[in-house]
Design a protein around this ligand. Structure first.
Ligand code: HEC
Length: 121
């Protein structure tokens, strides 16, 4: 029971901390996310966000192709959680502390700009 409560509190803390970030920064600007994306994310997610960056080849868990329906269906908030906390059991580590919180929002705007139209299925 205690363990469950701990997990619930941990999850709530993560969700609240991230919503706080989202609420503070307002809408992201793709122009401000572009340089960051190219510096940190392109090597795995690829120039056009298709998951085909130069470092993607050797990875067992492949980087997400942001054009897929599965990825497009996610809300910006879900993407923010992935960037901020990382994705468990994957090479996608947490970026919290490595890039500023508001920059995560700009980078998401850039990712959305890379994959704007209807997804390839
Ligand atoms: C070392 C390679 C690597 C780097 C660098 C990297 N990622 Fe990822 N990323 C991954 C992998 C692998 C996954 C897929 C995990 C999975 O299958 O759920 C992922 C997943 C994601 C997701 C979740 C997408 C979804 O639809 O579930 C987002 C958002 C994301 N990355 C954004 C970024 C951003 C922004 C950066 C740069 C700040 C970045 N990634 C850098 C490898 C990387």
């Amino acid at each position: 029971m205690r363990k469950k409560l701990g997990i619930i509190i941990a999850v709530l803390t993560v969700v609240l901390a991230n919503s706080w970030v989202a609420a503070q920064v307002g809408p992201g600007h793709p122009d401000r996310g572009e340089a960051l994306y190219k510096e940190h994310c392109l090597r795995c997610h690829g120039r056009m966000g298709e998951g085909d960056g130069p470092d993607a080849q050797g990875l067992i868990v492949r980087p997400v192709d942001f054009h897929t329906a599965r990825s497009r269906a996610k809300t910006d908030f879900e993407l923010l959680i992935a960037i901020s906390n990382g994705v468990l059991f994957s090479p996608m580590h947490s970026w919290r502390g490595r890039i500023a919180d508001e920059d995560m929002v700009h980078v998401i705007a850039y990712v959305r700009a890379l994959a704007p139209e209807y997804p390839h299925l």
